[in-house]
Every structure is written in C-alpha cells, then in structure tokens.
Write a new protein. Structure first.
Length: 274
C-alpha cells in the first residue's frame, strides 16, 4: 500500500476528538493462522476453502492462492512490471486486480492465475469486492465506484459519510451480510457501511490485534489491511501488511464511543507510495 513516513502518518491519521453517534464493536480472536510476513497485503478474499491475496509495491506485486491453515502459497503470479498491485475480486472464473496509480487493471484466470487481459480506468485503484451482482471499487476518496462486472465500466457510485462527514482513505473492501466493510487506511478501524445510503452504521475497532510495532519492518506502513469473509461458515478474517498472522475474529456487542470514528483524512501532500 501507499507508503508514508512517520511524520506523514501523523498528518494522515484521522481526528478522533469529537463525540460520535456511531456504535463501536470490539472483537475476540477465534484463531490465528500463519501469514507470509513479506506479503504487503493489498487485497484479500476467501473462496472455496482458500484465501486469495494481492500484494503491493513495485517489483513485489502479485496475486496468489494461499492455504489458510498453513499460510503456504499454493499459486502465485507477479503483477506485470512495473505496476503497483492493489485490490482483487473473483468474478465468473476471473480474478480481477487493480493497480494503484497506473490507471489499469489485470484479468487473470482464477483457476491457474494465468494473465489474460487488462483494462483501463481513470484515477487510482485501491480495492475491489462484489455484492454478487456488481463490483465495488475504492480509490482513496470518500466515493465508492460501482462497476459493471462484465464490462468493468463505472455505472454508479456510493458517497460514504460518517456522522455526516465524507470518509476518505477507504481501503480494502469486503461484502458481509449486505453491508460493505472497509479498512480505513492508517487506522485500526473497519467501517461498516450501509450501501444504500453510504452512511457508516458501525465501527469495528481492532486496536491491539496486530503485532507490536517494534517487531514490524516499517511500522508506519505495515498497517491493518485485508478483510475476507467465509459466508458459508460465517467466518471473518483480517490481517495487515507484512503481518505474520491472519486472524479469524468474532465481533462483540457494540457500544457508543466517546470519540468519533475516522473522518476525512488530511495531508499536506500525497505520499510517495502506498
């Protein structure tokens, strides 16, 4: 994902000072699975017993199929050089991957991860998911793009707000029980978004879940990112960039926080990479 310095991270971290009407849920860890600690996770989804993951950074971007229990990478294909890989989704036997600032995405055969084609889009690409009929795409802004899954053309959008304010830095996405879940970049929170209105209807606070910062290669950038949902067994998985574990978590009952959830990000200048 886009890299930042510690100083830039301070500028980008959302303000949490105001009271919020949005309920906040915590978590319990059900199980911890191994995860490749070199994987700079940009996209994640669960399908037919496996995790599919996209990794980022130039020269290390890839799509991969991963055994959940062992963390072993079963199949892997590099993202075409020199693009910076981002989010992924499966659709009709294809794996679709975005890139960050290269204005193009790639289509892979889902069974073999063989590259098949590419497509163009304006602006940045951050993440993809599907509600079963459409694709939903984040691009770092408060607007989620709605794409036709066959043509990959934009056919609509969702403007996301939290307590009436636009919510930027929406990152990795997942469709869970009729809601859109979104990591908010550089925070420990996942936003639960009502796709009809775009309103954040809940926060999932994952503070304390990841590895201690001093154990990470780059604490400012090795942040929470990656949500996968096993609908058949109602299992929710989360991880982070270069984290050594994927966590299956169970959400606990919500409470109303005294601090607001992440609001629109503020930055003096864009980061050099993500």
């Amino acid at each position: 994902m886009k890299s930042v310095t510690l100083a830039m991270a301070g500028l980008l971290l959302p303000c949490l000072a105001m009271a919020s009407s949005i309920p906040v849920q915590g978590y319990t860890v059900v199980h911890a699975f191994p995860h490749d600690p070199t994987a700079y996770t940009e996209g994640l989804f669960y399908l037919d017993g496996y995790l599919y993951e996209a990794t980022g950074t130039v020269g290390a971007s890839s799509v991969r199929k991963v055994d959940l229990a062992s963390g072993k990478v079963l199949q892997q294909t590099p993202t075409p050089w020199p693009d910076y890989g981002e989010g992924i989704v499966a659709w009709k036997g294809r794996l679709i991957q975005l890139t960050w600032q290269d204005h193009e995405g790639f289509l892979f055969d889902l069974a073999t991860l063989t590259p098949r084609a590419k497509f163009a889009y304006p602006g940045e690409g951050w993440s993809l998911t599907t509600d079963g009929t459409r694709l939903l795409m984040s691009d770092g802004t408060p607007t989620i793009r709605i794409l036709d899954p066959d043509s990959l053309q934009q056919v609509g959008h969702i403007d996301v707000t939290a307590d009436g304010h636009p919510l930027a830095n929406l990152n990795e996405l997942e469709w869970v029980k009729g809601e859109l879940y979104a990591n908010v970049w550089l925070t420990d929170r996942i936003a639960r978004i009502d796709p009809a209105s775009g309103r954040v209807i809940g926060w999932i606070d994952l503070a304390g879940l990841g590895p201690a910062p001093e154990t990470l290669e780059d604490p400012a950038n090795d942040v929470l990112n990656g949500i996968a949902y096993d609908a058949a067994h109602d299992r929710l998985f989360v991880t982070g960039k270069r984290w050594p574990r994927v966590y299956e978590i169970r959400l606990v009952p919500a409470h109303h926080d005294t601090a607001a959830g992440p609001a629109a990000a503020k930055a003096g200048s864009p980061p050099a990479s993500r």
